[in-house]
Design a binder for this molecule. Structure first.
Ligand code: BGC
Length: 927
């Protein structure tokens, strides 16, 4: 076979695969090799039993994979022919994602190299891939020789907001000498608190608020850094800044959870290998010194940071510093009950800088800046100051209509930073151990003789450092703004854990919010590892409750021993969604027991299949019954929501069991689901499919229909009642957190897509565009959080940055643009856009699937429907052209004809259904 150059295009994108890149008789090599949840050549990797994934190249000769071979070795030189760790041998399989490693269990610190090749549909072999590698972190507590060290800051703590005690931030350091030539060096480090580490005066990384937030009494994540280039062969100094963060600071509204106000501590182990093969290990121990007399005086995640430049300690990060006046640290042993495990998802980083601030008002003593985007992170201020003055930096999400700076919706979170100047001149400051959610910034205390300048402030956007995964765009500006609000809402609330909001005194891992948004998050960002990491925290938290309870928030700082339907179900729904979007079965294996236990929790509270547990209900449903007692919880009754979710979780557990080949469980949970469903129908619906309740709600019908809880004949009647409810609301949604995400899915299944378009494009309250008309740049907690006319909704619980209603984003990809996974992980795609020309003339989406880039892009122009789609290698697709008449269809410039790659499955006057193999297609249909 001859190597071919192929030409491959989408819209304006042209990729040329050069003929020179492959040698004779071999197919192009596999690309984008990844480990487990998407890691590329990771350092300090967490998983000793990883899975391997790769993608096939886009090429005329590569449609699918018929076999693969993976080789794993301890050095590059041994690959591909002498793999001393594992050789999968040629496996006849089309699987190119999440292939289990089956060699001997990998060990802490081990560095491993791997390569893969595939055979195509004609059994022709490819070139071997590039060699990829990974290095494990410290996997076991016994790998650590270091001690937890730090100062006892509980002793001289300071009373902060609501009398919460605050620890003073610490500066810790250690000098050491190495009299040998360094070959390589690894720094293993973590903290009870949050830290920033420096070696010989240099930043070890640009990570923010490490190690992040886990249930600290079970597990603390550790970081691994390659510091070979920072180590000197002689004198060295390691220097660490340490603050309370989530571990020992104020977090949650009620009591905070932190080992009896224990002082923050650091755990640090520097392992140096010399050129002569010998090693040296420098650990945190009693010889370290510390002080609380450094410039960061106070730091709290909710309340902000106080920085006094007069207390800066030049050179403290280097070995040219006299620390004789510093105190010796206290030490604490590592205990077995708290697992130390390498961090299993991306650290938080500054991922963007907003540089385009605008001054909206200024007086002699204060200036207010508009960042033009509600964002999360910290400001970078460069402001003229006078020695001894204090700059105060306050934050707000939106101003009142008269320009008043509004902070009430931050509730008790002070969210204010202070900087005390040590000299006259321009200061530069970025807080380090806090974060804020804001669009507006007010600063006061600057040099009053200077005229304010919009470049005084920049916004450093911070979140877990995942990559973008998808794009959605359309011909409609407000729909594009909605997509922007959704993606900002995600970035703003995926900061190490998924949070409800980023600004007020919560910022907690609310499970209900997370379960509704996780699919949309995965469409837009590569958050596979992010979610699976949080699920581990969820499993660890569930073990505290032997009855299977999954609490409201993870990590569980509320500790109120209660669970809510729709919230705890995150432990079943999120693994199932991850599996469907990625195809990764390991997430089902890891979480199956948790899911079963959660269903067991419902069972233990149920009488005649109706569980009597707490529920937040259809949280923040608009127009709640004023005479009802439920307020924020909406009007869909608690027992109704409980029973619906009990059934749904049992049903999903049965489906998960089927995927895992656990046939007994599959049957057991299916029977349970059927029994719950029939009890549900008897109790809550009459023979006319009407919800037996004075107040009818859209969500009651949506849950019953979407969770498949009604007999077919009842379901049909219930669908009519749903349509009536929507009509009564003049085609407005009437749904809260639980109903909103499934509204489009239910209407879609009912063939009511045009109605969904009407609801989505409504401009008046309650609707998505209403908030956009009021100036929203993120998703809001309430459908009416703010209005231009009246300003803030006066409810104290009112955030302008809550992602739940952004869950419509999934449907925008799947149906407006038309790109969905039909089989787990996009092994089979569905390209089925549903245009509605009353609102749109074009829409497109692209997604980085586990098999490569997929896209669906349509437009309608002069009575012609155009659809361009990319179907990645090793997948197939069902392409549905939404208008009929095969005779009027052309593909790639020629009249449509069936071929090996395109087969008609169905064609009538309404639509044309085509089975397509991997490739790039441009369809065109006159209608
Ligand atoms: C949070 C929510 C959460 C809810 C539960 C609120 O305070 O911000 O998003 O799901 O409580 O009721």
């Amino acid at each position: 076979m001859i190597c071919k150059s192929i030409f491959y295009s989408i819209s304006t994108l042209f990729i040329f695969l050069g003929a020179l890149s492959c040698s004779p008789n071999k197919l192009l090599k596999p690309i984008e090799l990844r480990l487990s949840e998407g890691f590329e050549n990771p350092m300090g990797f967490y998983n000793s039993k990883p899975t391997f994934s790769w993608k096939l190249p886009v090429s005329e000769t590569v449609k699918s994979q018929s076999a693969y071979q993976i080789v794993v070795a301890s050095s590059e030189e041994l690959l591909p022919n002498q793999p001393d760790i594992w050789d999968s041998k040629k496996q006849e399989s089309s699987q190119s994602t999440f292939v289990n490693y089956q060699g001997p269990e990998l060990q802490s610190r081990q560095k491993v190299y791997w390569q893969v090749k595939y055979w195509n549909q004609d059994n022709e072999p490819s070139e071997w891939s590039e060699i990829n590698h990974f290095e494990l972190g410290l996997l076991k507590n016994s790998d650590w020789k270091a001690h937890w060290v730090g100062l006892d800051t509980a002793k001289d703590s300071i009373k902060g907001v609501r009398n919460f005690l605050m620890h003073k931030p610490q500066y810790l350091r250690k000098e050491f000498e190495l009299n040998n030539q360094v070959e390589s060096a690894r720094l293993y480090i973590t903290a009870k608190g949050v830290f920033d580490v420096h070696l010989n005066g240099q930043d070890v990384s640009d990570d923010v608020l490490s190690p992040g937030w886990t249930p600290y009494s079970h597990r603390i994540e550790t970081l691994t850094y390659n510091v070979t280039d920072l180590i000197e062969s002689e004198q060295n100094a390691i220097a660490i800044e340490l603050a309370s963060g989530w571990h020992s600071g104020r977090i949650s509204r009620g009591k905070a959870l932190y080992e009896n106000f224990a002082s923050p501590k650091i755990l640090c182990q520097l392992e140096v290998t010399f050129k002569d093969g010998t090693k040296s290990v420098i650990v945190s121990d009693a010889s370290w010194k510390g002080t609380t007399n450094g410039p960061i005086r106070l730091a709290g995640l909710y309340d902000g940071e106080v920085y006094d430049a007069n207390l800066e300690m030049p050179k403290w990060k280097t070995n040219a510093f006299d620390d004789s006046s510093w105190k010796s640290v206290e030490t604490e042993n590592i205990v077995d009950s708290v697992k130390l495990e390498p961090k299993r998802h991306e650290t938080v980083k500054t991922t963007a800088v907003l540089e385009d601030a605008e001054i909206v008002s200024a007086t002699e003593s204060s200036v207010v800046f508009d960042m033009k985007q509600n964002m999360v992170g910290v400001p970078k201020v460069q402001v003229p100051m006078k020695k001894g003055d204090t700059l105060s930096i306050r934050f707000s999400e939106m101003l009142l209509s008269d320009g008043t700076f509004y902070t009430k919706n931050y509730r008790s979170a002070k969210s204010t930073d202070y900087y005390i100047a040590a000299q006259d001149g321009i200061i530069e400051y970025m807080p380090k151990f806090t974060f804020h959610g804001f669009q507006f910034v007010e600063i006061s205390g600057f040099d009053a003789s200077a005229s304010p300048n919009s470049n005084w402030i920049k916004g450093l956007v911070q979140h877990s450092d995942f990559e973008k995964n998808g794009t959605f765009t359309s011909s409609h500006d407000k729909l594009n703004q909605l997509q922007s609000n959704i993606t900002w809402g995600l970035r703003d609330n995926l900061l190490d854990v998924p949070t409800d909001c980023p600004q007020r005194d919560e910022r907690l891992g609310w499970t209900g919010d997370a379960q509704v948004i996780s699919p949309t998050a995965m469409f837009n960002y590569e958050t596979h590892a992010f979610w699976t990491a949080w699920l581990q925290s969820m499993r660890e938290t569930q073990t505290e409750h032997n009855n299977g309870l999954v609490p409201f928030i993870i990590p569980d700082v509320l500790q109120n021993k209660s669970a809510s339907s729709g919230w705890g179900d995150a432990c079943v729904i999120i693994p199932w969604d991850i599996y469907n979007i990625t195809g990764d079965k390991t997430v089902l294996e890891a979480n199956f027991e948790m899911a079963k236990k959660w269903v067991g929790y419902y069972q233990s509270k149920a009488k005649d299949y109706i569980p009597n547990i707490h529920s937040f209900g259809d949280w923040l449903q608009p127009y709640p019954d004023k005479n009802g007692k439920r307020g924020n919880r909406g009007d869909t009754p608690r027992l109704f929501v409980n029973t619906a979710y009990f059934a749904h979780s049992a049903h999903l557990v049965s489906k998960i069991a089927a995927v895992l080949g656990k046939t007994e469980d599959e049957k057991k949970y299916k029977d349970l689901y059927k029994n719950i469903a029939s009890a549900f129908e008897n109790k809550f619906f009459d023979e006319n499919g009407k919800f037996k309740n004075k107040k009818q709600t859209q969500t009651s019908y949506l849950l019953a229909i979407y969770f498949d809880l009604l007999k077919p004949e009842t379901k049909e009647k219930a669908q009519k009642h749903l349509l009536e409810e929507i009509k009564k609301a003049d085609n407005h949604l009437g749904t809260g957190f639980l109903g909103t995400p499934i509204l489009p899915k239910v209407l879609d299944d009912m063939g009511e897509i045009d109605l969904m378009y009407k609801i989505l494009f409504k401009e008046t309250y309650p609707s998505w565009f209403y908030s956009i008309n009021q100036g929203a740049t993120t998703m809001w907690e309430r459908w009416n959080s703010y209005s231009r006319a009246k300003g803030y909704n006066p409810q104290s619980m009112n955030s302008l940055n809550h992602y739940a209603y952004g869950a419509v984003g999934q449907w925008m990809y799947e149906r407006i643009a038309g790109l969905a996974a039909l089989e787990p992980g996009y092994k089979k795609l569905r390209i089925a856009p549903k245009p509605n020309t009353n609102f749109l003339t074009e829409a497109s989406a692209s997604v980085h699937t586990p098999y490569g880039e997929a896209s669906s892009s349509w437009k309608i122009e002069n009575g012609i429907f155009y659809l361009e789609t990319i179907i990645p290698p090793n997948t197939t697709a069902e392409v549905i052209i939404p208008y009929g008449k095969i005779d009027n269809l052309s593909v790639n410039g020629s009249p449509f004809e069936e071929s090996a790659n395109l087969k008609i499955e169905n064609s009538d006057t309404e639509l044309v259904k085509i089975k397509a193999n991997s490739g790039t297609y441009k369809f065109q249909l006159n209608f």
